[in-house]
Design a protein around this ligand. Structure first.
Ligand code: PAF
Length: 296
């Protein structure tokens, strides 16, 4: 039977109970979320279910990762539906903390990851990744998972969390799972419900543009400006779309690239109907055989 923990103490008691009554090789898998669950979250939960004996899902709309004027208040919420979905998916514990359970009245500690948080979303959402790193640190300390699951749609977030986890030597592994898409390619996101019917028609241009860049890479294009230009032309074809950034960066340090000579991510944030959507595709440098290279 699925249990619901509303406080850190309730959560700790449940996890302690599991660890105490199970052999040490049985693992805890953790899926942190902000709720309003969709197929993307459910794919993470299913993988966690397959790989672990105990699965914890947290649902917490974290105020510190939203800047002033961002959509914290409008972020969609549906706790009872989320709890039912978790139960159907075989989750063992849903953690539903309150803001006061996660943050004291006068917080003095923020976790910050340098460099890779200053670009892409970090450039346009100052402080966003500090909020993410801080809340994820707290959640990891509370849940003490063996594995934690994140979606590739938030590629920069996954990189930040993986970096933080490895650099601080925490005994857990970060698993990054493929983006789940609607049939027309739009990346699933809790924010998609805020699109108008007209905006919903425009939004799939994002993935269409990204896949065009990937197609060009497969055809041998390595000049990054050509890839970005091709994607931009498709994505900005409709006036309902406003691109905030569209950039190709390497996947380890998020350094800007001019030539696709290492594993890269082509990442975008764009506004449709004042809803901010993000997406990305990974681009792999085409390795040419020695024969090809000798031919020029
Ligand atoms: O990806 C999210 O939903 C959030 O950023 C996370 C990781 C749950 C932290 O609040």
């Amino acid at each position: 039977m699925m249990r619901i923990a509303h406080t850190t103490n309730e959560l700790r008691n449940l996890i302690r109970g599991f660890r105490f009554t199970h052999p040490p090789d049985q693992t805890v898998g953790f899926v942190p979320t902000m709720g309003f669950l969709h197929e993307g979250h459910l794919s993470l939960i299913r993988l966690a279910r397959e790989e672990n004996q105990y699965v914890v899902v947290s649902i917490f709309v974290n105020p510190t990762q939203f800047g002033p004027g961002e959509d914290f208040a409008q972020y969609p919420r549906d706790e009872s539906r989320d709890v039912a979905l978790c139960s159907q998916a075989g989750v063992n514990v849903v953690f539903l903390p309150s803001i006061s359970d996660m943050y004291p009245d006068h917080p003095m500690v923020t976790v910050m990851v340098q460099e890779i948080t200053g670009v892409l979303c970090g450039e346009f959402r100052p402080g966003h990744f500090d909020g993410v790193a801080t809340v994820v640190t707290k959640l990891f300390n509370m849940v003490q998972p063996d594995f934690a699951y994140f979606g590739q749609k938030d590629a920069q977030q996954a990189l930040v969390i993986d970096r933080m986890t490895r650099e601080l030597g925490w005994p857990l592994q970060i698993r990054v799972c493929p983006t789940v898409r609607e049939p027309d390619g739009l990346a699933m996101s809790s924010r998609n419900v805020r699109l108008t019917p007209a905006g919903r028609q425009v939004a799939p241009l994002i993935y269409r543009g990204l896949t065009e860049a990937r197609r060009l890479v497969e055809a041998g294009e390595t000049r990054v400006y050509r890839l970005v230009a091709a994607a931009r032309e498709i994505i900005s074809a409709d006036p309902g779309m406003t691109i905030q950034y569209l950039e190709c960066r390497d996947r380890e340090f998020l350094a800007s690239l001019t030539v696709l000579d290492r594993p890269a991510v082509l990442a975008i944030a764009a506004y449709v109907d004042s809803v901010r959507l993000i997406d990305n595709v990974f681009l792999e440098p085409v390795t040419r055989s020695l024969d090809d290279r000798m031919e020029g």
